[in-house]
Design a protein around this ligand. Structure first.
Ligand code: SF4
Length: 149
């Protein structure tokens, strides 16, 4: 099974209530080999919600409220789902404080990306799941071929 960020296949679970559909991920979701999750909703955050960014080892919303515990719960629930369905790979939304696999915003709400990973990605990587983002279609397909060979 492949875990997907729910917003990539049309679920309006982003902070602004919108989705961010990516065609190749949507097509993949029609194969019956995927399961969609939204770590932030799993953690109890509402739709809509204020945007959040990682700052050190905490996560704050744009009003300065510490939202870390919801992100931790969401990451743990995402990991549990991955274990239950036997996922080995995930395709997650880039740059999110939950789903980003290599870059996140710098914590100052100024649109600047820095190296870093979202909490759900870190939780999945702890159990050996490989996480791609929606811009890594080639890398994902290459990895799928390697698994089949
Ligand atoms: Fe999409 Fe992940 Fe953010 Fe949920 S937490 S809206 S799945 S990027």
């Amino acid at each position: 099974m492949i875990l997907l960020s729910a917003c990539l296949i049309g679920q309006g679970c982003r902070y602004d209530g919108k989705s961010k559909v990516v065609d190749w991920v949507l097509e993949l979701s029609n194969t019956g080999q995927t399961i969609a999750v939204c770590p932030e909703v799993l953690g109890g955050l509402t739709i809509p919600r204020l945007p959040c960014e990682i700052n050190g080892d905490r996560i704050y919303n744009q009003s300065g409220a510490d939202m870390t515990s919801a992100f931790v719960i969401g990451a743990e629930k995402t990991k549990e789902i991955a274990q239950i369905v036997g996922a080995r790979v995930a395709i997650f939304k880039a740059n999110s404080p939950s789903c980003g696999n290599c870059k996140v915003y710098n914590g100052n709400f100024e649109g600047v990306l820095v190296d870093g990973k979202g909490l759900a990605v870190k939780a999945l990587e702890e159990i050996g799941i490989v996480v791609f983002n929606e811009n890594e279609a080639l890398e994902f397909k290459q990895s799928s071929l390697n698994h089949k060979s």
